[in-house]
Ligand binder design. Structure first.
Ligand code: ATP
Ligand code: MG
Length: 403
């Protein structure tokens, strides 16, 4: 007898199955957990499809804490032993008039119908303890072949819900799989339907895609789809697109990868794209900083001042970015990151504005003197001690104009 696929189901999951069985309902693990387990990975979460209707599920689990937010769509979250488990009634497909959402939610007691409405063969398998694997669309063979393939006719499935186009590319990038030919052709020819997908969903898929192991390859192969999601890419030359896709594939964090992809559009368009996709502010800030500061052509002093301005974390990101872009800057940024110098900002100077005023500096002359002193310290020409700074300041000729 072959080994069970899930020999070590977490206790809360096993408990949910036991409760379902006791009540005459069938439960199946579905989606990501089955896919991950077949790849020998520990699943991140366990989604369970159940044969009973939502109200029945609610009754069966009345002794447990339940969260009913998804009940309309058939999903009940049951908290067992501190674990949130999503139990979703089997659903079958119907019409999708808006290219994004089914017109209605139709329940069924047929697990195969439930699997048929899922997006990709590798996501359309179900496992029931004691029964084994249900794999009506050859997901296991596709996993072995490292292939992303739509369930059924790819064009129909993408027309129903165009988010699936991006999901297909995302899973191909994350799992580092190829995309089946017919699925790839449908993704490209129906790319225009991405206009029906919300900015937030596009961004969330892109973010995952960009940090996938196969991101560079998928970005290179699907330029028409990427251009539709990120319009500034349409203006790239072939060489720029190849460079941007390659660099994005080498970046580990999503904002860095995003910046690499949009780099040749310039900082203003990169920021505008972030705004259009409704990214969070921290993401936009990072994309904008990277696009503005690479390549880094300053010397070590300039790198130290930038470190004072933006902090080590951003400087580290910029170094990774320059490396991925094969742009200059890596060595000097490394030197600044390793430097022990603590005086990186005007406010770190051992001589403050009042000290300078006492020395006779006036008005804008004070700020200019401070900038010049910081430059001297970070360039290694002056120590950050009151005496050394005073000596340096005395050498500045104009105490009111430029130092
Ligand atoms: P992960 O959570 O690791 O990203 P997952 O496979 O669990 O992967 P989810 O987005 O959580 O992905 O979706 C759960 C399952 O629901 C999928 O495996 C798939 O079977 C189905 N699914 C999700 N979105 C769609 C969709 N747009 N069209 C059809 N089926 C979908
Ligand atoms: Mg999931």
């Amino acid at each position: 007898m072959s080994r069970p696929l899930f020999p070590d189901l977490p206790a809360p999951v096993a408990e949910a199955f036991a409760v379902l069985e006791q009540n005459g309902c069938a439960g199946y693990l579905v989606g990501g957990s089955v896919r991950d387990r077949l790849r020998g990975r520990q699943p991140a979460d366990y989604d369970i499809a159940v044969s009973c209707e939502p109200q029945k599920t609610r009754e069966i689990f009345s002794d447990y804490r339940c969260i009913e937010t998804g009940l309309k769509h058939g999903t009940l979250t049951v908290v067992i032993g501190g674990m949130d488990l999503e139990l979703t009634t089997f659903r079958k497909d119907c019409a999708y008039s808006d290219h994004r959402h089914p017109d209605e939610v139709l329940f069924t007691d047929d697990i195969t119908a439930d699997l048929a409405r899922r997006d990709l063969t590798v996501n359309a398998m179900a496992y029931r303890p004691g029964e084994g694997l249900r794999d009506p669309f050859g997901g296991r063979a596709d996993l072995r072949a490292r292939l992303i393939r739509a369930v059924g006719d790819p064009a129909c499935r993408f027309r129903e819900d165009s988010l699936r186009i991006l999901r297909a590319l995302r899973f191909a990038a994350v799992l580092d799989f190829s995309v089946d030919e017919e699925t790839a052709a449908a993704a490209v020819s129906l790319k225009g339907l991405l206009s029906y997908v919300s900015a937030e969903r596009i961004f969330s898929e892109l973010k995952k895609l960009l940090t996938g192991r196969g991101a560079g390859r998928i970005l290179s192969a699907f330029r028409p789809v990427l251009e539709t999601a990120l319009p500034p890419l349409a203006g790239y030359t072939g060489a720029q697109y190849v460079a941007a896709a390659g660099a994005a594939g080498r970046m580990k964090d999503p904002a860095g990868a995003f910046a690499a992809l949009l780099y040749f559009a310039g900082p203003a368009d990169a920021e505008e794209t972030c705004r259009a996709l409704k990214t969070d502010h921290a993401f936009l800030k990072k994309v904008s900083f990277l696009c503005q500061n690479a390549p880094f052509t300053g010397d070590k002093g300039a790198a130290l001042r930038l470190k004072g301005e933006v902090g080590s974390a951003f400087l580290c990101d910029l170094r990774a970015f320059c490396r991925a872009m094969e742009a200059p800057g890596e060595a000097v940024l490394t030197a600044a990151l390793q430097s022990r110098l603590r005086c990186l900002r005007v406010r770190d100077l051992a001589l403050n504005g009042r000290d300078l005023a006492r020395m006779g500096f006036r008005g804008p002359g004070i700020g200019r003197a401070q900038t010049a002193l910081l430059r001297a310290v970070t360039d290694g020409d002056c120590k950050n001690t009151p005496a050394a700074l005073r000596r340096a300041a005395e050498a500045f000729e104009n105490k009111e104009g430029s130092p």
